[in-house]
Design a protein around this ligand. Structure first.
Ligand code: OGA
Ligand code: MN
Length: 166
């Protein structure tokens, strides 16, 4: 976990940049079988961000991955104040061994649960911090983000490509 991965000014600039992609998107309530509720999401390659933000995001991704790593487009997830993410493991055919997430606007608690035991771990993900969830944590533990009610929370998630992907 890296605290203060971006400054308050960089956080504002990032949120402003992504706002234009969400302007016509409503929050999806999710359905009974959906893992995430009250959210909007979109994927954008790094080069779709404004230049200043590309610089910031390159710096951030370099904290999580060797710079030669081939990454998927940035996954931008906007959770409303009453949104939550239920326990899940990210699809293993979709992305590789590490999930690197930048949390913006609101602190949330992430809960990791071991898949084959009762072990549970809670982590505060402070606003403007970066977490790296790799290997054991990525494959053998589920992760979830509980409802937090304090306000909207935006995350920018970097993922490497799954090895078997063409
Ligand atoms: C996901 C997810 C975590 C986060 O989108 O699969 O678990 O930090 N997101 O937003
Ligand atoms: Mn996930």
């Amino acid at each position: 976990m890296k605290l203060d991965a971006v400054t308050v000014e960089e956080e504002s600039a990032l949120v402003k940049d992504i706002e234009r992609w969400f302007v016509r998107k409503r929050y999806d309530s999710g359905h009974f079988d959906k893992v995430i509720t009250q959210y909007r999401e979109i994927q954008k390659p790094l080069n779709r961000f404004c230049e200043e933000n590309q610089r910031v995001l390159l710096r951030v991704r370099d904290m999580g991955f060797p710079s030669s790593t081939d990454l998927l487009p940035v996954h931008i997830l906007d959770l409303a104040a009453d949104g939550e993410i239920g326990p899940h493991v990210d699809h293993i055919e979709y992305s590789g061994r590490a999930i690197v997430g930048l949390s913006l606007l609101t602190n949330v608690v992430m809960t990791l649960r071991h898949q084959r035991s009762d072990a549970v771990a809670h982590f505060v993900l402070p606003r403007r911090s970066l977490y790296i969830m790799a290997d054991e944590a990525r494959y053998n533990w589920s992760h979830a983000i509980g409802r937090q009610t304090k306000g909207r929370r935006v995350s920018l998630i970097f993922r490497d490509r799954a090895e078997n992907e063409a």
